[in-house]
Ligand binder design. Structure first.
Ligand SMILES: Cc1ncc(COP(=O)(O)O)c(C=O)c1O
Length: 388
C-alpha cells in the first residue's frame, strides 16, 4: 500500500489543475501588477480576474476581497483591523471569541488584551458548539468585535454562525462579526451574506490550492484599519506586491472546490462514516470526539481519543505503517499540553492526550480506509500492552 494521507485538515496536496493555472504566472505573466508596462498590465489582468472569481464565489464585490499570505494573516488582520478601527471611533474595547478557536485567532485576541482591550472567551458544550446563551450575555454596548470560527479544525464541529451573527448584532448593531472559515471553505456554504458576517477568512491550502495565500472578505463599509503599510496595494488595506501565482491558484482552487463540493462531500462522508463506525467497533475504549450528528461536523473529519495510549505514539506508529494523521491541530502537535479544544469540551486531560484526528480527502479510497481500519487496532493494542 502506498502512503495513505489522512491529514487534509493540516493541508491538502495541490490539485494539478490548480498548479497548471499558476505556472504561466511564473513563466509568462511575471510582471508587477502595479507597473504601467505591458508586463504589469498582464499581471494586473490575471489578478483582477482572480479577484472577480473569488468575489463571485462568495457572492461579494471584488473590492471586498483582500488577498493575504494565508489564514493566519487573514485572522490577525480581521480582528486587529476591526478592533483598532472600532476603538478609534469610540465604540468600546471589548472583543468576544471562543475557547476553541485556532491559535491564529486566540493568540491575536490575547495580544489585544496586552494592548488594553478586554476579551471574553466563550465556552462550548461537550460537542464543541459555542454557548449561544453565553454569547448573548457577553455582548454589550462596549463590544466591538465577535469572532467565532465557522468549523473547528480539531473536531470538525460546524458552528451556527448565522445565529451568532444575529444574536451579536441584536445586542449591539455596531459589532463587527468575523468568522474564521479556513476549515469550512469548500465543505459548507460560507457565503458571507448568508452567514451575516462582516469579515471572513480562508486559506487556499485547505482546499487543494497553494500554501501561503488566503483571503479576507471585508464587507463594504466595515470599520477596518490596515495592519501592513507600504505601497498601498489591496486598496490600502494590505500593502506589498501581490503574490500573483498564489492568488491565481487560490481562485482556481476555490472555483473547483465550489463546483465539486457536492461530490467531494459525498465521497468524504462515505469514507468518514466507515471510520466513525469502524473505529469504536474495532478498538475498545475509543471515544469519538465532536458532534454525534454527522450533519453537524465537517464531512471529512474524524476525531477520537483512545484510553490508555499516548496520541503521539499512535501517530508515530501510524506514520511507520504509511499513514499520515495528526493528534489535533498541526500547530499544537509536539506540545506537551493537551488540546485546548478538547479540554474546553470537558474531556479530561488524560484522555485528551490520547487524541487522533483523521481527515479524509477527495483522492482517498475505500481500500485505504480499510487498510487504516486494519492497522490502527493492531497499533493501539500493541501500545496498550506495552504501557500496561
Ligand atoms: C481554523 C484555522 N484557522 C486558521 C488556520 C491558519 O491558516 P494558515 O495555515 O493558512 O495560516 C488554520 C490552519 O490550520 C485553521 O485550521
Amino acid at each position: 500500500m502506498d502512503r495513505v494521507y489522512l491529514d487534509h485538515a493540516a493541508t491538502t496536496p495541490p490539485d494539478p489543475r490548480v498548479v497548471e493555472t499558476m505556472l504561466p504566472m511564473f513563466t509568462r505573466y511575471w510582471g508587477n501588477p502595479s507597473s504601467i508596462s505591458l508586463e504589469g498590465q498582464e499581471a494586473r489582468r490575471a489578478l483582477d480576474s482572480a479577484r472577480k472569481l473569488c468575489a463571485d464565489l462568495l457572492g461579494a464585490q471584488p473590492k471586498e476581497i483582500v488577498f493575504t499570505s494565508g489564514g493566519t494573516e487573514a485572522d490577525n488582520m480581521a480582528i486587529r483591523g476591526a478592533a483598532f478601527a472600532q476603538r478609534a471611533r469610540g465604540r468600546g474595547n471589548h472583543v468576544v471569541t471562543t475557547q476553541i478557536e485556532h491559535h491564529a485567532v486566540l493568540n491575536t485576541v490575547e495580544q489585544l488584551e496586552r494592548e488594553g482591550f478586554r476579551a471574553t472567551y466563550l465556552p462550548v458544550d461537550h460537542e464543541g458548539f459555542v454557548d449561544l446563551g453565553a454569547l448573548e450575555d457577553a455582548v454589550g454596548p462596549e463590544t466591538i468585535v465577535v469572532s467565532v470560527m465557522a468549523a473547528n479544525n480539531e473536531v470538525g464541529t460546524i458552528e451556527p454562525i448565522a445565529e451568532v451573527s444575529r444574536i451579536a448584532k441584536a445586542k449591539n448593531p455596531n459589532v463587527v462579526v468575523h468568522t474564521d472559515a479556513v476549515q469550512a471553505a469548500g465543505a459548507i456554504d460560507i457565503t458571507p451574506a448568508k452567514l451575516g458576517v462582516d469579515l471572513l477568512s480562508l486559506a487556499a491550502h485547505k482546499f487543494y490550492g497553494p500554501k501561503g495565500v488566503g483571503l479576507l472578505y471585508v464587507k463594504n463599509r466595515t470599520p477596518f484599519q490596515a495592519m501592513i503599510f507600504g505601497g498601498g496595494q489591496e486598496k490600502e488595506r494590505r500593502s506589498g506586491t501581490e503574490n500573483v501565482p498564489g492568488i491565481v491558484g487560490l481562485a482556481t482552487a476555490m472555483k473547483l472546490a465550489w463546483d465539486e463540493a457536492e461530490d467531494r462531500n459525498a465521497h468524504a462522508g462515505k469514507l468518514r462514516g466507515r471510520l466513525l463506525y469502524g473505529l469504536p467497533e474495532r478498538i475498545p475504549d475509543t471515544v469519538i470526539t465532536g458532534p454525534a450528528d454527522p450533519a453537524s461536523r465537517l464531512s471529512n473529519s474524524v476525531s477520537c481519543c483512545f484510553r490508555n495510549v499516548e496520541g503521539e505514539s499512535v501517530l508515530l506508529a501510524l506514520d511507520m505503517a504509511g499513514i499520515a494523521a495528526s493528534s489535533g491541530s498541526a500547530c499544537t502537535t509536539g506540545s506537551l499540553e493537551p488540546s485546548h479544544v478538547l479540554t474546553a469540551m470537558g474531556i479530561d486531560r488524560d484522555l485528551a492526550h490520547a487524541s487522533l484526528r483523521l481527515t479524509v480527502g477527495k483522492d482517498n479510497t475505500a481500500a485505504q480506509i480499510d487498510y487504516v481500519l486494519d492497522k490502527l487496532p493492531e497499533i493501539v493494542a500493541r501500545l496498550r500492552s506495552l504501557a500496561g
